[in-house]
Design a protein around this ligand. Structure first.
Ligand code: ZN
Length: 472
């Protein structure tokens, strides 16, 4: 749909300017051989090995043993660290491993508890301060969130996410990246999204310009509790407006639009386009919400810190496998039901496809220039629209996009060379939403940036709210 509309847009423009058409067809490439290769690269065997290992630690509860070599969160953290180190060894030391931590006390952490993340960093060659993050959580739980003793295999929630990010690190360790790539196994998610806060705080302290956090939580099951089976779609949740938008920004945005164009939302659109182009067996189902209803995840502390972030989750969840004691149901309602998050619930082929979506997204973002800054539109009381932006380093051109105000995806686009503005003839500003992306010399395109504060990818450090959801 998107591509056929592009072609339609191109031919409209060609009628106006043959030069513009020639430029358009050469600037961005939607058939990158490196991305084609990555699309089928994730290994089901690697993913299975990782989840099997993580389940073998019995429980990975945040308050479980930290000293044992074989059981508990400490053993799991050590293993992930050694796995990252071994990937780094295989790429000549291309990855640095850090373990930021903070000690928290809270409703679900009655005694001060150290929450430690295990983080692999592959520095970018061209733009190392621009950072693309992928997260999943290492900790697990059973029915009672305070139970740190019982077996809590957490195969899907969220060993699946950790397996995906380790596999993405392995594959991308063999590729060049201009921006920095970060792969982080977080802890403390079930106790209150603490590990996401540890990493978001670390990113702020390091001065990272986080372009996106791709948070993967519960991504390996393709059979819903109601029997629905779907191994060809994945949900990508994104907030519509920025978590830390100020009152003045909200007032402006309510009048002019932007309620469905946060940078996180345009990141979701970017992922949906990559899936359409490179992953014939996976459709991105964009969900216009920060997370599932009444639930939360580690993308939330990133959003509160002013960074774009999305949550990736399987399409059909099975709640008999989430946050459950391992048991067989014995009441009239559930007799014979097997509860618990065990590895037999993982569809590894599906998990490999979701891993590919993440890997492709990180590769594409890290090779594209930074998204344009300072995007603005002008054109009231005129029949043309002027779109302006600040040029970014590494870009050889820009694409101006527009769409109907009710359309979920960008529909039309026009190529602009190495310039900082363009005039769209006979496109009336009132009737469309506009955005701009940047393009590298080798044809990689950044996400589209909606004008003004509501769409900017630049971190907006307004005070964070304490809006942590009740149930993760
Ligand atoms: Zn989870």
């Amino acid at each position: 749909m998107y591509r056929s509309l592009q072609i339609f847009a191109f031919s409209m423009l060609a009628a106006a300017s043959i030069g513009a058409l020639a430029q358009t067809s050469s600037i961005a490439s939607y058939d990158q051989p490196a991305l084609q290769t990555l699309a089928s690269a994730p290994s089901e065997a690697e993913l299975r090995t990782t989840i099997t290992k993580l389940v073998s630690f019995g429980t990975r509860h945040t308050m479980s043993d930290t000293t044992s070599k074989t059981r508990g969160i400490g053993a799991a953290r050590q293993w992930v660290k050694s796995r990252f180190e071994s990937i780094s060894h295989d790429c000549g030391g291309c990855i640095e491993v850090v373990t930021p931590s903070q000690t928290f006390t809270g409703k679900r952490l009655p005694t001060p508890t150290e929450v430690m993340d295990v983080v692999a960093i592959k520095r970018g060659k061209g733009d190392p301060n621009r950072v693309i993050v992928m997260t999943g959580h290492l900790d697990s739980r059973v029915t009672d969130v305070m139970n740190s003793k019982s077996d809590a295999p957490g195969a899907n929630d969220d060993a699946s996410g950790v397996a995906a990010l380790i596999e993405a690190a392995r594959l991308l360790s063999k590729q060049d990246n201009q921006a920095t790539l970060v792969f982080a196994a977080l802890s403390g998610e079930e106790q209150g999204l603490y590990g996401g806060k540890v990493l978001a705080d670390y990113a702020v302290a390091q001065g990272w310009q986080v372009e996106a956090d791709l948070n993967n939580d519960i991504i390996g099951n393709s059979r819903g509790q109601n029997g629905a089976i779907d191994n060809t779609s994945v949900r990508v949740f994104s907030e519509g407006t920025k978590s830390n938008e100020t009152a003045a920004q909200a007032t402006y945005r309510r009048y002019h639009g932007g309620e469905v164009d946060s940078p996180s939302r345009n990141m979701a659109r970017y992922m949906a386009n990559l899936a359409d182009t490179y992953l014939p067996d996976l459709h991105v189902h964009m969900i216009y919400r920060t997370d599932r209803y009444g639930r939360g995840g580690d993308q939330v502390p990133f959003l509160e810190a002013g960074f774009p972030a999305v949550r990736v989750t399987e399409s059909h969840e099975d709640y008999t496998r989430q946050h459950q004691d391992l048991r067989i149901g014995n009441t009239d309602k559930d007799r014979g039901v097997r509860y618990g998050d065990t590895i037999d619930g993982i569809d590894f082929r599906y998990l490999a496809h979701v891993t590919a979506l993440n890997t492709l997204t990180m590769a594409a973002l890290s090779r594209a220039p930074a998204p344009p800054t300072g995007v603005e539109t002008e054109g009231a009381l005129a029949t043309d629209t002027t779109v302006k932006w600040n040029k970014v380093s590494g870009a050889i051109g820009y694409l101006v996009h527009w769409r109907d105000t009710t359309a979920p995806q960008w529909q039309y686009k026009q190529s602009v060379g190495d310039d900082d503005h363009t005039v769209l003839k006979d496109v009336v500003i009132d009737d469309w939403f506009f955005g701009v992306s940047s393009v590298s010399a080798d044809g990689y395109e950044s996400p589209v940036v909606f004008p003004g504060d509501s769409g900017s990818f630049t971190r907006s450090p307004a005070p964070a709210s304490s809006s942590t959801a009740a149930n993760h």
